[in-house]
Design a protein around this ligand. Sequence first.
Ligand SMILES: Cc1cc2nc3c(=O)[nH]c(=O)nc-3n(C[C@H](O)[C@H](O)[C@H](O)COP(=O)(O)O)c2cc1C
Length: 177
Amino acid sequence: MRILVTYWTRTGNTRRVAENIFGALSGEKELLSLDQVVSLENYQMIFLGFPVMQFGLPAPVKEFILRNTGWGHFALFITHALSATASDPELQVILDKEIQRCTRVFTKVKPVGLFHCQGELSESAASELLATGNPLLKEFADMRAATIGHPDREELNQAYQFAVTTFKEVEEKIKQL
Ligand SMILES: Cc1cc2nc3c(=O)[nH]c(=O)nc-3n(C[C@H](O)[C@H](O)[C@H](O)COP(=O)(O)O)c2cc1C
């Protein structure tokens, strides 16, 4: 099975998750940033990763998804400033909505798996969010301290396990065809 792990990143968090996913996979595989991907046609399995930006998909990722065909077996991995284990129910609702917005762009085919975790909001990103004037994005900027160090070792291990499990599931599906 030929596998592609591809990602879009601004500050490196999503690339670190991508590298862990890539490390979990065996066989013929490639790790490419999204702008290096020419076509999806030759891959039997695709892992696509990106950060949440302004409550949804970064524009270049959305454009890539809509422009490309060949989304057979694919899984998503997403990083975001909000904690995935948010104890505050209001934050949990916001996070759920963000993830929904990021996945609903796939209308015809659905991902076989989804992994998401917290990613550190860099200092420059926090300043950028403060400058938007959007009160909710300003709140994110104030949360910067709580995001430092993410994705952490545990989250990277979870990403690794996610890749192992998802890969096995797809292998089984292909065998049954
Ligand atoms: C312009 C901008 C907008 C962002 N908007 C959100 C957001 O709406 N929700 C959220 O949870 N995180 C948001 N973040 C935080 C990033 O999703 C998070 O830090 C992510 O891990 C960054 O990934 P990267 O290092 O791969 O670029 C935003 C970051 C930036 C720079």
